[in-house]
Design a protein around this ligand. Structure first.
Ligand code: ZN
Length: 271
């Protein structure tokens, strides 16, 4: 369970308890919840409840207008990797960041992202926290992520880490990837390269009202989730399926325990 699904409405300590009580096997917390708390205490609580940390969300945007700002972004991510290690996270989720404000250099922003990933890889290895590159839907290319397809994410992995030392891979999110005509081939390639580190699910509502905060519950939208999960598992992924639903108008207004119960039921029936 990705904690964003519950809308960040409560302290993380309460969310952790709720998720464990609802029977989930894993949790993916966000930096905004963790960095204001006692990381070691959170890690103890998570371990005591036998929850796996499927990912730590997420990276500071890397592309920047100046070299100095870019290097500061790299260091912010390096610091976050230490928290990811303390939490025992299976991966650090990396979203690229958009085009720096006032610029139009998409290729340059993509090159900066790859350079930043390369700069962080040694730290990831030293801390035993793999970097999971998560491509976002291309509608976010301007302001959130210049990494937009699974094939593109794999290309960055192969360029930065051609020998695959086990600390660089991809996070596949159904919301971002479902539309991609090359999806099956890319999932297959990611599996053959042993690069699949995480699998995130929610649904794409046909009449979606907000392209950031109106994700659907699994089964309520247009994504063929059983087919996608089968593809990911055939590619060799045997980790947990992580539910990540941003839903300001609907699920974030519902009782958190009801949301968890619904997610648990849908995971069993439509994922
Ligand atoms: Zn995701």
């Amino acid at each position: 369970m990705n904690t964003a699904t519950l809308g960040h409405r409560e302290p993380l300590t309460r969310t952790i308890d709720r998720i464990a009580r609802a029977g989930f096997g894993g949790i993916a917390p966000w930096r905004r919840e963790v960095e204001q708390a006692d990381v070691a205490a959170l890690a103890r609580q998570i371990r005591a409840l036998d929850l796996r940390v499927t990912g730590y969300c997420r990276s500071t945007a890397l592309p920047a207008a100046t070299r100095q700002a870019f290097l500061a972004n790299v260091e912010a991510n390096r610091a976050a990797l230490h928290d990811a290690a303390a939490l025992g996270a299976r991966c650090f989720v990396m979203v690229a960041g958009g085009i720096p404000e006032g610029e139009r250099d998409l290729a340059g922003a993509r090159a900066q992202f790859a350079e930043g990933v390369a700069a962080l890889l040694d730290t990831a290895r030293a801390l035993n926290v793999p970097l999971a590159l998560e491509p976002l839907h291309p509608m976010y290319a301007a302001d959130r992520a210049v990494l937009n397809t699974l094939a593109q994410a794999l290309q960055v992995c192969e360029t930065v880490d051609p020998d695959n030392g086990g600390f660089l891979g991809v996070a596949i999110d159904a919301y971002h990837c479902w539309w991609d005509p090359a999806l099956e081939a890319s999932i297959d390639a990611a599996g053959r390269a042993r690069r699949i580190l995480a699998y995130h699910v929610c649904d794409w509502l046909r009449d979606t009202q907000d392209l950031l905060l109106d994700r659907g519950m699994m089964g309520d939208g247009v994504i063929d989730l059983p087919a996608m999960r089968a593809c990911v598992e055939q590619a060799g992924y045997d980790g947990l399926v992580e539910v990540e639903i941003f839903s300001a108008r609907h699920w974030w207004r519902r009782d958190p325990d009801d949301v968890l119960a619904c997610c648990a039921a849908r995971l069993q029936t439509v994922c």
